[in-house]
Design a protein around this ligand. Structure first.
Ligand code: F6R
Length: 230
């Protein structure tokens, strides 16, 4: 595991773009796994204002809420369109369909697509409780794309994005730990004191189901980009 320590989210975004540029120029980036959330916003801003060309790159997103449509402003499909896809063309973009009638079939469909399009790079943020994608504490390392019940911690953190008269979904679809670990290269971004506890678990070097981020210790190519000093 490699760590790049930065002074700010913006500098972190710059570092991520540099890695992406290197992989694109080396001809190694055909499929890019994306994340949502506040951590990724400066990254997409930098990607948009750069001259990077993603028109030959297929994108996959990690997760999506169940029960809100793609045009709802809190859906992750909407987030991706707003921050990246409406401004940078990609060859193809995929995200789980949280409105699918048969959610189990949707998980199988998504996992099959991932198998057909192996991830070259996967971006990851970290939840305060150590989740990666929506793989909450207790998730099996063998998990593939699945339906998840969000923990109270995740609901508390993410409900800030929903207005008072809206109820935040408590279930989601997410790529599993095993789906994420298939990616050739993982780029983990975590900024601010609130992510410190999860990062401490990662740097402690012991894999624990209670802190899903620690599963990354088993991956051969992980770069952590953080403003926290250890
Ligand atoms: C989002 C995702 C989540 C976030 C994590 C951090 O697609 O998979 O795991 O990366 O919850 O969220 P922020 O960046 O908002 O702190």
């Amino acid at each position: 595991m490699q760590t790049i320590t930065v002074d700010s989210k913006e500098q972190g975004a710059e570092e991520i773009c540099n890695i992406v540029r290197g992989e694109l120029e080396a001809g190694r980036l055909h499929v890019l796994g994306l994340a949502t959330g506040s951590t990724m916003e400066p990254v997409y801003e930098k990607m948009v204002s750069s001259n990077l060309d993603f028109s030959d790159v297929t994108a996959f997103n990690l997760d999506e809420y169940i029960g809100i449509p793609a045009d709802h402003e809190n859906s992750y499909a909407y987030y991706m369109k707003k921050h990246l896809f409406s401004k940078k063309p990609f060859k193809q973009t995929y995200i789980e369909n949280g409105m699918a009638e048969d959610l189990d079939a949707e998980c199988v469909r998504y996992e099959t697509l991932l198998k057909e399009n192996p991830l070259d790079i996967q971006f990851l943020g970290i939840g305060e409780n150590g989740h990666i994608a929506f793989n909450e504490p207790g998730t099996s390392p063998e998990s593939v794309t699945h339906v998840v019940e969000l923990t109270q911690s995740t609901i508390d953190v993410n409900s800030q994005y929903f207005s008072e008269d809206e109820t935040m979904p408590t279930t989601a679809l997410t790529m599993g730990i095993s789906s994420i670990m298939q990616a050739k290269k993982l780029i983990v971004a975590a900024f601010g004191e609130k992510k410190r506890a999860a990062l401490e678990k990662l740097y402690a070097g012991e894999i624990s189901t209670e802190w899903p981020v620690t599963y990354l210790l088993d991956h051969p190519d992980v770069t952590v980009i953080t403003d926290q000093k250890f």
